[in-house]
Design a protein around this ligand. Structure first.
Ligand code: ATP
Ligand code: MG
Length: 373
Protein backbone atom coordinates (compact mmCIF):
# COMPACT_ATOMS: atom_id res chain seq x y z
CA UNK A 1 0.00 0.00 0.00
CA UNK A 2 1.18 3.51 -0.80
CA UNK A 3 2.82 4.88 2.38
CA UNK A 4 1.75 8.45 1.60
CA UNK A 5 -1.62 10.04 2.11
CA UNK A 6 -2.92 13.40 0.94
CA UNK A 7 -6.23 15.14 0.49
CA UNK A 8 -7.73 14.00 3.77
CA UNK A 9 -7.17 14.67 7.42
CA UNK A 10 -4.18 12.53 8.42
CA UNK A 11 -3.26 10.64 11.58
CA UNK A 12 -0.11 8.72 12.45
CA UNK A 13 1.78 7.20 10.64
CA UNK A 14 1.00 9.80 7.93
CA UNK A 15 1.20 12.64 10.41
CA UNK A 16 4.43 13.69 12.13
CA UNK A 17 5.81 16.52 14.25
CA UNK A 18 3.53 19.42 15.41
CA UNK A 19 4.09 18.36 19.04
CA UNK A 20 4.91 21.84 20.31
CA UNK A 21 2.08 23.44 18.37
CA UNK A 22 -0.33 20.85 19.72
CA UNK A 23 0.77 21.46 23.30
CA UNK A 24 0.48 25.21 22.90
CA UNK A 25 -3.03 25.03 21.47
CA UNK A 26 -4.15 22.55 24.13
CA UNK A 27 -2.79 24.66 26.97
CA UNK A 28 -4.26 27.91 25.61
CA UNK A 29 -7.73 26.41 25.25
CA UNK A 30 -7.70 24.35 28.44
CA UNK A 31 -6.47 27.46 30.24
CA UNK A 32 -9.72 29.20 29.33
CA UNK A 33 -8.63 31.31 26.35
CA UNK A 34 -9.76 31.54 22.75
CA UNK A 35 -7.30 31.09 19.91
CA UNK A 36 -7.13 31.89 16.23
CA UNK A 37 -4.82 29.67 14.19
CA UNK A 38 -3.50 31.05 10.90
CA UNK A 39 -1.86 29.02 8.18
CA UNK A 40 -1.84 28.99 4.40
CA UNK A 41 -3.79 26.34 2.56
CA UNK A 42 -2.82 22.72 3.00
CA UNK A 43 -0.35 23.20 5.82
CA UNK A 44 -2.10 20.64 8.01
CA UNK A 45 -4.39 22.82 10.14
CA UNK A 46 -7.36 20.46 10.29
CA UNK A 47 -5.18 17.39 10.95
CA UNK A 48 -3.42 19.20 13.77
CA UNK A 49 -6.69 20.36 15.26
CA UNK A 50 -8.09 16.79 15.22
CA UNK A 51 -5.09 15.74 17.35
CA UNK A 52 -5.72 18.73 19.62
CA UNK A 53 -9.34 17.65 20.02
CA UNK A 54 -8.29 14.11 20.98
CA UNK A 55 -6.04 15.51 23.73
CA UNK A 56 -8.71 17.89 25.00
CA UNK A 57 -11.27 15.07 25.05
CA UNK A 58 -8.82 13.03 27.16
CA UNK A 59 -8.66 15.99 29.54
CA UNK A 60 -12.44 15.83 29.94
CA UNK A 61 -13.55 18.60 27.55
CA UNK A 62 -16.42 18.13 25.14
CA UNK A 63 -15.04 19.08 21.72
CA UNK A 64 -17.32 20.23 18.93
CA UNK A 65 -16.10 20.70 15.35
CA UNK A 66 -17.87 22.82 12.75
CA UNK A 67 -16.54 23.42 9.23
CA UNK A 68 -17.86 26.69 7.84
CA UNK A 69 -17.22 25.42 4.34
CA UNK A 70 -20.48 23.42 4.55
CA UNK A 71 -22.45 26.32 6.00
CA UNK A 72 -24.16 28.40 3.34
CA UNK A 73 -26.88 30.29 5.23
CA UNK A 74 -27.91 31.31 8.73
CA UNK A 75 -30.41 28.44 8.70
CA UNK A 76 -27.79 25.88 7.69
CA UNK A 77 -25.51 27.23 10.41
CA UNK A 78 -28.28 26.65 12.96
CA UNK A 79 -28.76 23.08 11.70
CA UNK A 80 -25.12 22.06 11.42
CA UNK A 81 -24.13 23.69 14.70
CA UNK A 82 -27.03 22.18 16.65
CA UNK A 83 -26.31 18.74 15.19
CA UNK A 84 -22.61 18.99 16.03
CA UNK A 85 -23.49 19.88 19.61
CA UNK A 86 -26.34 17.46 20.17
CA UNK A 87 -24.51 14.32 19.02
CA UNK A 88 -22.21 14.77 22.01
CA UNK A 89 -25.09 14.42 24.45
CA UNK A 90 -25.21 10.95 25.96
CA UNK A 91 -29.00 10.73 25.87
CA UNK A 92 -30.37 11.93 22.53
CA UNK A 93 -34.02 12.02 23.54
CA UNK A 94 -33.17 14.15 26.53
CA UNK A 95 -31.07 16.37 24.27
CA UNK A 96 -34.08 16.93 22.00
CA UNK A 97 -36.23 17.89 24.99
CA UNK A 98 -33.55 20.30 26.12
CA UNK A 99 -33.27 21.76 22.62
CA UNK A 100 -37.03 22.40 22.56
CA UNK A 101 -36.72 24.23 25.87
CA UNK A 102 -33.71 26.32 24.93
CA UNK A 103 -34.32 27.12 21.28
CA UNK A 104 -37.53 28.81 20.18
CA UNK A 105 -38.68 28.89 16.59
CA UNK A 106 -37.05 25.62 15.50
CA UNK A 107 -38.65 22.18 15.87
CA UNK A 108 -36.18 19.36 15.99
CA UNK A 109 -37.08 15.78 15.15
CA UNK A 110 -35.02 12.64 15.56
CA UNK A 111 -35.42 9.66 13.25
CA UNK A 112 -33.42 6.56 12.39
CA UNK A 113 -32.35 5.30 8.97
CA UNK A 114 -32.50 1.63 7.93
CA UNK A 115 -29.11 0.96 9.55
CA UNK A 116 -30.22 2.41 12.88
CA UNK A 117 -28.20 5.61 12.49
CA UNK A 118 -29.91 8.67 13.88
CA UNK A 119 -30.86 11.63 11.71
CA UNK A 120 -31.96 15.06 12.84
CA UNK A 121 -34.48 17.14 10.91
CA UNK A 122 -35.22 20.78 11.59
CA UNK A 123 -38.46 22.69 11.03
CA UNK A 124 -38.16 26.46 11.09
CA UNK A 125 -41.29 28.34 12.12
CA UNK A 126 -40.35 31.19 9.76
CA UNK A 127 -38.70 30.99 6.34
CA UNK A 128 -35.75 33.06 7.56
CA UNK A 129 -34.44 32.23 10.99
CA UNK A 130 -35.00 35.06 13.45
CA UNK A 131 -32.13 36.70 15.35
CA UNK A 132 -33.67 35.37 18.57
CA UNK A 133 -33.58 31.74 17.41
CA UNK A 134 -30.07 32.15 16.04
CA UNK A 135 -28.93 33.62 19.35
CA UNK A 136 -30.33 30.68 21.26
CA UNK A 137 -28.51 28.26 18.97
CA UNK A 138 -25.27 30.18 19.50
CA UNK A 139 -25.86 30.04 23.26
CA UNK A 140 -26.62 26.32 23.22
CA UNK A 141 -23.11 25.12 24.23
CA UNK A 142 -22.97 27.58 27.10
CA UNK A 143 -26.34 26.39 28.37
CA UNK A 144 -25.21 22.76 28.22
CA UNK A 145 -21.78 23.38 29.73
CA UNK A 146 -20.93 23.82 33.38
CA UNK A 147 -17.80 23.90 35.54
CA UNK A 148 -17.45 20.11 35.38
CA UNK A 149 -18.33 19.83 31.71
CA UNK A 150 -16.56 22.49 29.67
CA UNK A 151 -16.85 22.79 25.90
CA UNK A 152 -14.24 23.56 23.26
CA UNK A 153 -15.69 24.64 19.93
CA UNK A 154 -13.58 24.47 16.79
CA UNK A 155 -14.69 26.60 13.86
CA UNK A 156 -12.76 25.61 10.74
CA UNK A 157 -12.56 27.80 7.59
CA UNK A 158 -13.88 30.53 9.83
CA UNK A 159 -13.30 33.24 7.19
CA UNK A 160 -16.28 31.72 5.34
CA UNK A 161 -18.50 33.40 7.94
CA UNK A 162 -18.48 36.21 5.34
CA UNK A 163 -21.06 34.18 3.40
CA UNK A 164 -23.56 34.57 6.23
CA UNK A 165 -24.77 38.06 5.77
CA UNK A 166 -21.28 39.35 6.46
CA UNK A 167 -20.78 41.48 9.48
CA UNK A 168 -24.27 41.09 10.92
CA UNK A 169 -23.76 37.45 11.64
CA UNK A 170 -20.22 38.13 12.79
CA UNK A 171 -21.41 40.75 15.27
CA UNK A 172 -24.18 38.54 16.59
CA UNK A 173 -21.84 35.59 17.09
CA UNK A 174 -19.21 37.71 18.83
CA UNK A 175 -21.71 39.49 21.06
CA UNK A 176 -23.01 36.16 22.36
CA UNK A 177 -19.85 34.08 22.70
CA UNK A 178 -18.02 36.73 24.71
CA UNK A 179 -20.36 35.85 27.59
CA UNK A 180 -19.71 32.13 27.46
CA UNK A 181 -17.72 31.23 30.54
CA UNK A 182 -17.52 27.48 30.19
CA UNK A 183 -16.87 27.39 26.47
CA UNK A 184 -13.68 28.26 24.61
CA UNK A 185 -13.27 28.73 20.90
CA UNK A 186 -10.62 27.80 18.38
CA UNK A 187 -10.94 29.59 15.05
CA UNK A 188 -8.92 28.50 12.06
CA UNK A 189 -8.84 29.06 8.37
CA UNK A 190 -6.72 29.10 5.27
CA UNK A 191 -7.42 32.54 3.83
CA UNK A 192 -4.98 34.19 6.19
CA UNK A 193 -5.48 37.78 5.00
CA UNK A 194 -9.26 37.62 5.57
CA UNK A 195 -8.89 35.95 8.95
CA UNK A 196 -6.19 38.39 9.94
CA UNK A 197 -8.46 41.30 9.10
CA UNK A 198 -11.26 39.80 11.18
CA UNK A 199 -9.10 39.59 14.31
CA UNK A 200 -6.80 42.61 13.97
CA UNK A 201 -9.01 45.28 12.40
CA UNK A 202 -10.44 47.54 15.11
CA UNK A 203 -13.71 47.90 13.21
CA UNK A 204 -14.42 44.19 13.12
CA UNK A 205 -16.45 42.37 15.77
CA UNK A 206 -13.77 39.76 16.53
CA UNK A 207 -11.03 42.36 17.00
CA UNK A 208 -8.60 41.20 19.70
CA UNK A 209 -10.97 38.45 20.84
CA UNK A 210 -8.49 35.58 20.66
CA UNK A 211 -4.80 34.84 21.09
CA UNK A 212 -3.16 34.38 17.69
CA UNK A 213 -0.89 31.61 16.49
CA UNK A 214 0.78 31.06 13.12
CA UNK A 215 1.31 27.55 11.87
CA UNK A 216 4.61 27.37 10.00
CA UNK A 217 5.72 24.80 7.44
CA UNK A 218 6.94 21.48 8.86
CA UNK A 219 10.68 21.51 9.75
CA UNK A 220 12.77 20.45 6.76
CA UNK A 221 14.98 17.92 8.56
CA UNK A 222 12.00 16.09 10.04
CA UNK A 223 10.24 16.06 6.69
CA UNK A 224 13.39 14.57 5.13
CA UNK A 225 13.42 11.84 7.82
CA UNK A 226 9.72 11.20 7.35
CA UNK A 227 10.15 10.73 3.61
CA UNK A 228 13.22 8.50 3.96
CA UNK A 229 11.49 6.31 6.56
CA UNK A 230 8.28 5.95 4.58
CA UNK A 231 10.18 4.98 1.39
CA UNK A 232 12.40 2.56 3.33
CA UNK A 233 9.30 0.59 4.39
CA UNK A 234 9.10 -0.60 0.77
CA UNK A 235 12.89 -0.96 0.51
CA UNK A 236 13.10 2.06 -1.78
CA UNK A 237 16.21 4.14 -1.27
CA UNK A 238 16.00 7.90 -0.97
CA UNK A 239 18.94 10.00 0.20
CA UNK A 240 18.77 13.29 2.10
CA UNK A 241 19.65 15.46 -0.87
CA UNK A 242 16.98 13.95 -3.08
CA UNK A 243 14.41 14.18 -0.28
CA UNK A 244 15.20 17.91 0.03
CA UNK A 245 14.77 18.26 -3.71
CA UNK A 246 11.31 16.69 -3.47
CA UNK A 247 10.34 19.06 -0.64
CA UNK A 248 11.48 22.11 -2.64
CA UNK A 249 9.55 20.88 -5.65
CA UNK A 250 6.40 20.70 -3.52
CA UNK A 251 6.84 24.26 -2.26
CA UNK A 252 7.48 22.84 1.24
CA UNK A 253 3.71 22.41 1.68
CA UNK A 254 2.73 19.19 3.52
CA UNK A 255 -0.11 18.26 1.17
CA UNK A 256 1.99 18.64 -2.01
CA UNK A 257 4.95 16.86 -0.39
CA UNK A 258 2.80 13.78 0.24
CA UNK A 259 1.13 14.11 -3.19
CA UNK A 260 4.46 14.15 -5.03
CA UNK A 261 5.98 11.49 -2.75
CA UNK A 262 3.01 9.26 -3.45
CA UNK A 263 3.56 9.54 -7.23
CA UNK A 264 7.29 8.91 -6.81
CA UNK A 265 6.59 5.82 -4.68
CA UNK A 266 4.19 4.51 -7.34
CA UNK A 267 6.83 5.01 -10.02
CA UNK A 268 9.61 3.36 -8.03
CA UNK A 269 7.64 0.42 -6.70
CA UNK A 270 6.94 -0.72 -10.26
CA UNK A 271 10.47 -0.23 -11.55
CA UNK A 272 12.32 -1.08 -8.32
CA UNK A 273 14.45 2.02 -8.68
CA UNK A 274 16.41 4.21 -6.29
CA UNK A 275 14.79 7.67 -6.11
CA UNK A 276 16.74 10.34 -7.98
CA UNK A 277 15.99 13.91 -9.09
CA UNK A 278 15.09 12.82 -12.62
CA UNK A 279 12.35 10.55 -11.25
CA UNK A 280 11.03 13.43 -9.14
CA UNK A 281 10.95 15.66 -12.24
CA UNK A 282 9.09 12.99 -14.21
CA UNK A 283 6.51 12.56 -11.43
CA UNK A 284 6.04 16.31 -10.97
CA UNK A 285 5.48 16.56 -14.69
CA UNK A 286 2.91 13.76 -14.48
CA UNK A 287 1.01 15.68 -11.80
CA UNK A 288 1.02 18.73 -14.07
CA UNK A 289 -0.40 16.64 -16.90
CA UNK A 290 -3.11 15.28 -14.61
CA UNK A 291 -4.13 18.76 -13.48
CA UNK A 292 -3.55 20.67 -16.70
CA UNK A 293 -7.27 20.88 -17.67
CA UNK A 294 -8.07 22.39 -14.31
CA UNK A 295 -5.13 24.82 -14.50
CA UNK A 296 -6.07 25.79 -18.05
CA UNK A 297 -9.57 26.74 -16.91
CA UNK A 298 -8.28 28.55 -13.84
CA UNK A 299 -5.88 30.59 -15.95
CA UNK A 300 -8.47 31.21 -18.63
CA UNK A 301 -10.86 32.70 -16.05
CA UNK A 302 -8.44 35.55 -15.22
CA UNK A 303 -8.37 38.96 -16.90
CA UNK A 304 -5.65 39.65 -19.46
CA UNK A 305 -3.70 41.74 -16.95
CA UNK A 306 -4.01 39.11 -14.21
CA UNK A 307 -2.67 36.52 -16.66
CA UNK A 308 0.35 38.71 -17.34
CA UNK A 309 0.85 39.26 -13.62
CA UNK A 310 0.52 35.55 -12.81
CA UNK A 311 3.26 34.74 -15.30
CA UNK A 312 5.43 37.47 -13.78
CA UNK A 313 4.81 36.15 -10.24
CA UNK A 314 5.71 32.63 -11.29
CA UNK A 315 9.14 33.98 -12.27
CA UNK A 316 9.70 36.44 -9.44
CA UNK A 317 7.57 37.21 -6.39
CA UNK A 318 9.46 40.06 -4.73
CA UNK A 319 9.36 43.85 -5.13
CA UNK A 320 6.39 43.52 -7.42
CA UNK A 321 5.54 47.23 -7.22
CA UNK A 322 9.00 48.48 -8.21
CA UNK A 323 9.64 50.16 -11.55
CA UNK A 324 12.29 47.51 -12.31
CA UNK A 325 9.69 44.76 -11.86
CA UNK A 326 7.16 46.60 -14.05
CA UNK A 327 9.85 47.11 -16.70
CA UNK A 328 11.03 43.51 -16.59
CA UNK A 329 7.54 42.06 -17.02
CA UNK A 330 5.99 44.91 -19.05
CA UNK A 331 3.42 45.75 -16.38
CA UNK A 332 1.43 48.99 -16.02
CA UNK A 333 1.30 51.36 -13.05
CA UNK A 334 1.62 49.98 -9.51
CA UNK A 335 -2.06 50.78 -8.83
CA UNK A 336 -3.15 48.54 -11.72
CA UNK A 337 -0.88 45.76 -10.46
CA UNK A 338 -2.29 46.17 -6.93
CA UNK A 339 -5.85 45.86 -8.20
CA UNK A 340 -5.06 42.73 -10.18
CA UNK A 341 -3.19 41.27 -7.23
CA UNK A 342 -6.16 41.90 -4.93
CA UNK A 343 -8.33 39.93 -7.36
CA UNK A 344 -5.84 37.02 -7.36
CA UNK A 345 -5.66 37.09 -3.56
CA UNK A 346 -9.40 37.16 -3.07
CA UNK A 347 -9.89 34.23 -5.43
CA UNK A 348 -7.37 32.26 -3.35
CA UNK A 349 -4.71 31.84 -6.05
CA UNK A 350 -2.09 34.03 -4.44
CA UNK A 351 -1.45 34.66 -0.76
CA UNK A 352 0.70 37.44 0.66
CA UNK A 353 3.30 36.20 3.10
CA UNK A 354 5.66 38.76 4.61
CA UNK A 355 6.81 40.70 1.54
CA UNK A 356 6.34 37.92 -0.92
CA UNK A 357 3.41 36.85 -3.03
CA UNK A 358 3.14 33.07 -2.97
CA UNK A 359 1.14 30.66 -5.07
CA UNK A 360 -1.31 28.65 -2.99
CA UNK A 361 -0.67 25.74 -5.32
CA UNK A 362 3.02 25.28 -6.26
CA UNK A 363 2.00 23.12 -9.21
CA UNK A 364 -0.02 25.94 -10.72
CA UNK A 365 3.15 28.00 -10.61
CA UNK A 366 4.97 25.19 -12.44
CA UNK A 367 2.15 25.08 -14.99
CA UNK A 368 2.63 28.80 -15.71
CA UNK A 369 6.37 28.36 -16.06
CA UNK A 370 5.73 25.46 -18.42
CA UNK A 371 3.47 27.72 -20.55
CA UNK A 372 6.41 30.05 -21.06
CA UNK A 373 8.95 27.39 -21.84
N1 ATP B 1 1.79 16.86 10.39
C1 ATP B 1 1.73 16.36 9.15
N2 ATP B 1 2.58 15.40 8.77
C2 ATP B 1 2.55 14.90 7.52
N3 ATP B 1 1.69 15.30 6.56
C3 ATP B 1 0.81 16.25 6.89
C4 ATP B 1 0.77 16.82 8.19
N4 ATP B 1 -0.21 17.72 8.22
C5 ATP B 1 -0.77 17.71 6.99
N5 ATP B 1 -0.15 16.83 6.18
C6 ATP B 1 -0.47 16.60 4.74
O1 ATP B 1 -1.24 17.70 4.28
C7 ATP B 1 -2.54 17.26 3.83
C8 ATP B 1 -3.57 18.31 4.18
O2 ATP B 1 -3.78 18.31 5.58
P1 ATP B 1 -4.99 19.10 6.23
O3 ATP B 1 -6.24 18.83 5.48
O4 ATP B 1 -4.94 18.84 7.68
O5 ATP B 1 -4.50 20.60 5.93
P2 ATP B 1 -5.34 21.97 5.98
O6 ATP B 1 -4.35 23.03 6.28
O7 ATP B 1 -6.49 21.83 6.89
O8 ATP B 1 -5.81 22.04 4.46
P3 ATP B 1 -6.94 23.00 3.80
O9 ATP B 1 -6.29 24.34 3.65
O10 ATP B 1 -7.22 22.34 2.47
O11 ATP B 1 -8.11 23.00 4.76
C9 ATP B 1 -2.75 15.92 4.49
O12 ATP B 1 -3.63 15.12 3.73
C10 ATP B 1 -1.34 15.37 4.51
O13 ATP B 1 -0.99 14.84 3.24
MG1 MG C 1 -8.55 22.18 6.58
Amino acid sequence: MNPFSYGTVVKEPHFFNRKEEKERIVSTLSGGNNLVLYAPRRYGKTSLVMHVMDSLTDLGFICIYLDFMIVYSRESFAEEYSKAILVHQSNLNKAIELFAKLVRGIRLKLSFDQYGNHEFSFDFSTVKISDKSLESVINLPDKLADKEKKFIIVMDEFQDIDKLNGENFEKLLRSKIQHHHNVNYLFLGSRTHILNDMFTNKNRAFYNSAAAMHLEALPKNETVNFLMNRFSLSNIQLNEKTASYLIEHAGNIPYYIQFLASEVWQYCINLKEVVNVEIIDVCASKILDLKSDYYFELFDRQTAYQKKLLKALANDNQNVFSTEYAGKFRLSAASTTQKALNGLISSGIIEKYENKYLFDDPFFKKYLLRLQA
